[in-house]
Design a binder for this molecule. Sequence first.
Ligand code: SF4
Length: 219
Amino acid sequence: MTTESRQVRLDLMVSGMLSCKACPLSSNRTNVVPGTGPADAEIMFIGEAPGAKEDTQGEPFVGQSGKLLDALLSSIELDRNSVYITNTVKCRPPNNRDPLQSELDTCQDHWLDAQIAIIQPKILVPLGRHALNRILPGTTIGQSHGKTFTKMGFTVYPIYHPAAGLRQIRYKQLLEEDFKNLNILLKSYEKSQDVQTTSQAPKANIPSSNENNSQINLF
Ligand code: SF4
């Protein structure tokens, strides 16, 4: 698929998303928050759900978590214009509650899976446990962050949600470490000519997590 045709398909999808009423979250939203970034982005971040600022502006990660995400991207010489950023659900849950399973399922079936299929990122990054559960059900963020997995031909590299880094310095340090390794992983892809045809993620010397069980599923 060419970059142009990807962009056309993504734009078409977004225009459908803007009028979506497939789940009850449509009744509370101010704006749908489809996602931002180029259709041919090499990295696709998936957060949980829009918050109040995102709902107002129609863009993902524009609050405090977004500022930290911007800083983490900047630390590896990327910015949000070079990556794709979206959420598991595109409409804000009332009072920032967790999205319901049915809402998550509906939005993934209608939009998220197709979004991933169009963008075909080299690296798919679930941010936090809610997004991780959509991509790698049965895994925990504490055990899987900073490690690579292969799912349906995509390399999946889970990272804590930036909100975790705002709450505890330890998670901010883990985020910084995982972003450094994300950069190593991305660079290894840039050197690889065969990445699309192999089922194994390239060896990028990504360290294993030493999280203990008490820290699992916090975010
Ligand atoms: S959350 Fe997703 S499925 Fe539900 S109304 Fe919004 S766009 Fe549609």
